[in-house]
Design a protein around this ligand. Structure first.
Ligand code: NDP
Ligand code: OXD
Length: 318
């Protein structure tokens, strides 16, 4: 059995050779070949493990039966119009989920405890004792109540925030105000002092964070102006609208992990905006060891006839 590794982008730890070593430890009986490096017969490939594969490449593998996306978001794979009609499995591991929730908690707490103005007061050697409020007084809204969003809302609620979530279909999460669909969006936004975006990028969600949406966020919360945190995908946001909203007071601050163009070009105005925090798409650095173990476990159970977990629904796009 042969698995193809078609991996572009990612950090140094994501070098295809390193993936091959890790996967070999978990699947010693499997042969691994690397796209663009090894010579191989396309008809020998049964499995593919991919991250941002070149469009059209997977369609050249006539006996491909299963694709593993090496991350949670499958937008880059789904953008390939020639994607073979075989199951596409995405990552949903506790490791990735926990890291994403850490990011959400960190940045919600930074806004709640006004860490940015405190840090700038320190630079001025200014003893700036600012008013505090209780976590229950801050309304946090999470767009996306999937694997990551559900974990994040639980953890935010444990800290004491007043938490709501929004999803495509109705969801019920104990202790969380749940909204869904277009009909539930405005009410959800109207009670989100901090808006956390954890949506997948699909045809329906592309560009959803625009000036119209940002204007629906409230200004009567303890922070005065709303805060945006996007760790979903850059394609969800209209960056010019975010900049305009920051400048005209619609938005108080923004923390962005993901961008329409990555890496964010060095001359992009978001870099220097005083109320923007930028992180380099590392809200959750996927742990290759955890993912290799996850892929091996899925292959073993699949080969014993069990159903695959976390298979992408092609019609929904996530
Ligand atoms: P899931 O597929 O488990 O959850 C997706 C959620 O989004 C679901 O609640 C779904 O609704 C909701 N949703 C999808 N489309 C819509 C829509 N049109 N309107 C309203 N809600 C919608 O995904 P995960 O939680 O695992 O991951 C979410 C995203 O996080 C990934 O797709 C990826 O882009 C991003 N991510 C970013 C990382 C980073 O480092 N920045 C790391 C990992 C992930 P429903 O419940 O009804 O299906
Ligand atoms: C992912 C990511 O989707 O790291 O897993 O962005």
């Amino acid at each position: 059995m042969t698995m193809l590794l078609a991996i572009t982008g990612g950090s140094d730890g994501w070098a295809p050779e390193r993936w091959r070593e890790r996967l070999r430890q978990h699947l010693p009986e499997m042969d691994f070949v690397i796209a663009g490096v090894d010579d191989f017969d396309p008809a020998a490939i049964r499995y593919a493990a991919v991250w941002k594969p070149t469009k059209g490449y997977l369609a050249t593998l006539p006996r491909l039966s299963l694709i593993f996306n090496l991350g949670a978001g499958v937008d880059a794979v789904m953008a390939d119009p020639t994607l073979p009609d075989v199951p596409l499995v995405r990552v949903a591991t506790d490791d990735l989920t926990n890291r994403m929730s850490e990011y959400v908690l960190l940045h919600v707490l930074m806004a709640h405890r006004r860490q940015a103005p405190l840090a700038s007061a320190q630079k001025r050697r200014q003893w700036d004792g600012r008013l505090q409020w209780a976590a229950k007084d801050l309304r946090v809204g999470v767009m996306g109540l999937g694997v990551i969003g559900t974990d994040a809302v639980h953890k935010l609620a444990m800290v004491g925030f007043n938490v709501a979530g929004w999803s495509r279909t109705p969801r019920s999460v104990p202790g969380i105000a749940c909204f869904d669909g277009a009909a539930g969006l405005d009410d959800f936004l109207a009670r989100s002092d901090v808006l956390v975006v954890l949506l997948p990028l699909t045809a329906q969600t592309r560009g959803i964070v625009d000036r119209v949406l940002l204007r629906k966020l409230p200004h009567d919360g303890p922070l005065g102006a709303p805060v945006l945190i996007n760790a979903g995908r850059g394609g969800l946001q209209i960056e010019d609208d975010i900049l305009a909203a920051l400048d005209d007071g619609t938005l108080g601050q923004a923390t962005l992990d993901v961008f329409n163009t990555e890496p964010l070009p060095s001359d992009h105005p978001l870099w220097s905006h005083p109320r923007v925090t930028i992180t380099p798409h590392n809200a959750a650095d996927s742990d290759a060891e955890a993912i290799a173990a996850y892929i091996a476990a899925q292959i073993r159970s699949h080969e014993c006839g069990a159903a695959l977990a976390n298979v992408v629904d092609r019609t929904r796009g996530y």
